[in-house]
Design a protein around this ligand. Structure first.
Ligand code: FES
Length: 144
């Protein structure tokens, strides 16, 4: 299925509205491929990394330093720090403020993060069934 303008993006699940009742149809935008945890994600030119990841079904972007609780984008304006990720080896990047760029390697931030994190190590979000489970869901939809 193609989105407005014939592009192939804008149709990833229900997270990206393609025909808003007030704002109208989603305008065409260039596809911007990047990776999250080694998985290819296609964003739209001009949108932040967090928006592209939410549209791709990714809900957990980091874990807390002490208890390891899952966190995902919340405020989307750079205030809550629940969206911290590692971008090209640089930790502490707010995904809601970072624009998508072709070819960047984005990784979930484990705890406080560290320089170079996310290169090849599997990310294990907390068990969804525990009492401290996040309502945000799992890191990536699909089989683990
Ligand atoms: S979602 Fe709150 S700082 Fe990014």
């Amino acid at each position: 299925m193609s989105g407005p303008g014939g592009d192939d993006i804008g149709t990833h699940g229900a997270a990206r509205p393609v025909d808003h009742p007030v704002l109208g149809p989603l305008p065409a935008a260039a596809a911007v491929p990047f990776t999250f945890e080694g998985r290819e994600v296609v964003g739209r030119a001009g949108e932040p990394v967090a928006a592209a990841l939410l549209a791709a079904g990714v809900r957990v972007l980091r874990t807390m330093p002490r208890g390891g609780e899952a966190r995902g984008p919340s405020c989307m304006v750079g205030r809550c720090a629940d969206c911290l990720v590692t971008v090209d080896g640089v930790p502490g990047v707010r995904a809601c403020l970072e624009p998508v760029r072709a070819g960047i390697a984005v990784a979930a931030q484990r705890g406080l993060g560290g320089w170079g994190d996310g290169a090849g190590e599997p990310f294990a979000p907390p068990d969804d069934d525990g009492p401290d489970a996040s309502p945000m869901g799992t890191l990536i939809e699909g089989p683990r």
